[in-house]
Design a protein around this ligand. Structure first.
Ligand code: NI
Length: 173
């Protein structure tokens, strides 16, 4: 396994803006990428990571909301070729992004989503998510289509710089 370099704006913006390719081969290269993403994410204190953020333009995301101190917290997992098939309600919080260091933007999201995807073995999975889980999944799926939280600044969403307190807002690292 290896710790991968996180691609960030502005230097890697062109790459991060690509629309990622579907996963079609669930063989050793994908498994190696997954292992490296699993190892990389906790070193950064992040809760989600999309393959384009580590320089691979493929539709794979890692979601890690596991809290070692909380046995009831979710086990980290991967979604390959994820697709939101249902969404309802609205929610937002000040989202951070490993690819946009120091910036937090309050992005409007759906409160509850249903996602169709595949697991690392290629099997079809469907999951329902709400709360922080729903928001982090939507954030990571944006990466697969080349969208970044900073896009929302231009749309007038409130944003904060590192060190500023996002008053009474949750924070998504
Ligand atoms: Ni991000």
């Amino acid at each position: 396994m290896a710790i991968l370099r996180i691609h960030t704006i502005p230097g890697d913006e062109a790459f991060l803006r690509r629309v990622a390719e579907p996963v079609t081969d669930f063989g050793p290269a994908l498994q190696r990428l997954a292992a490296d993403m699993s190892e990389t994410l906790p070193t950064l204190g992040g809760i989600g990571l999309a393959a384009p953020q580590v320089g691979v333009s493929t539709r794979l995301v890692r979601i890690d909301l596991h809290d070692p101190e909380d046995p009831d917290s979710p086990t980290p997992f991967f979604l390959a070729n994820p697709r939101i098939v249902a969404a309802e309600g609205s929610a937002s919080l000040a989202e951070g992004c490993l690819s946009a260091p120091g910036v937090r933007v309050e992005v409007p999201r759906s409160a509850k989503i249903e996602v169709d995807a595949q697991d690392l073995g290629g099997a079809a999975v469907r999951l329902s998510a709400e709360g922080l889980m729903a928001i982090v999944i939507q954030h990571e799926l944006d990466h697969l289509d080349g969208r970044l939280v900073v896009d929302w600044i231009a749309k007038g969403c409130p944003w904060w710089k590192e060190g500023e307190e996002p008053a009474e807002k949750g924070t998504l690292e």
